[in-house]
Ligand binder design. Sequence first.
Ligand code: RIB
Ligand code: CA
Length: 318
Amino acid sequence: MKKPTATLPRAVIMDCDPGNDDAIALLLAIASPEDFNILGVTCVGGNVPLEQVCINARQICELAGRPDMPIYSGCTKALIQEPKADNSHGFSGLDGTNLPAPKMPLQEEHAVTFIVKAIKNHPTKVTLCPTGPLTNIAMALRIAPEIKENIEEIVLMGGSITSGNITAAAEFNMYLDPHAAFIIFTSGLKVTMLGLDVTHKIAASPKQLAKMRALNNNPALQSANMLEKTQDFDMHNFGTSGRVVHDPCVPIYLIKPELFKTKKAKVLVDIFHPDHMGGTIVSFHKKHTKDANAYVPYDVDHEGVFDIMIERLGRYTK
Ligand code: RIB
Ligand code: CA
């Protein structure tokens, strides 16, 4: 039974692998109750192993003053590929922070079971906001394909129009689980792919870090410290002006989509060539967008994105 489409605040599930940029994406979503009714946070192995991801997600929700947030542990590794953590976030995944060990519990239910149930039981359609490998989402679609009719859309961070950041072909989230990505992009669902071509323009320069610190609250301070601690990786490898803040583009796109220039596209995920696994091939050509399967932002007002990031982080009072 199709449900009414989402109204504000839209019901969302934040599927993530914190990681410092996932952490900031979570902080922004939690600080935006007029935009997001967060049904739950689901964890997936990615930047760091799953057990550490689940510790990090709880630390961030406690930092945000939400020890009541339902957090679920999900898939440890990809559907087929062997796990490969990305050490750019440091050993803990939140290097640069000094957060206490979490006190809040994880939910007993598996993340995939939660995703299926939440979509089936919520009175309106649910928006999925994955910022890590897409394993949990793909598993939910395979276990219960009928949930598709009650998914509003998937707005994800991943992929790229041009080159990757792990291999020349593949961005990290796609690289880690190319088969899950293939399932998402062939699902027929409304998918918006926030890829490296826009996220690499969202680099935390010293000016932006100073604005974060000037907010004088712990979430903003911890965010600035994480980004500064890990900035060398992106500055050295990609020539950016600071740490790239990829994942906050997901909540910010949903808050203010007009900050992004977006076109319909045909996106193909490579699951065949051993050296290109997870590569996303994106065509905006009319010839191919007759059967478009995604909306792909190709440019962004990076100052506008940071304005929202600072404004929403500024809502924290301690
Ligand atoms: O390629 C960037 C993506 O990989 C981000 O989601 C970051 O958190 C890592 O998961
Ligand atoms: Ca991530």
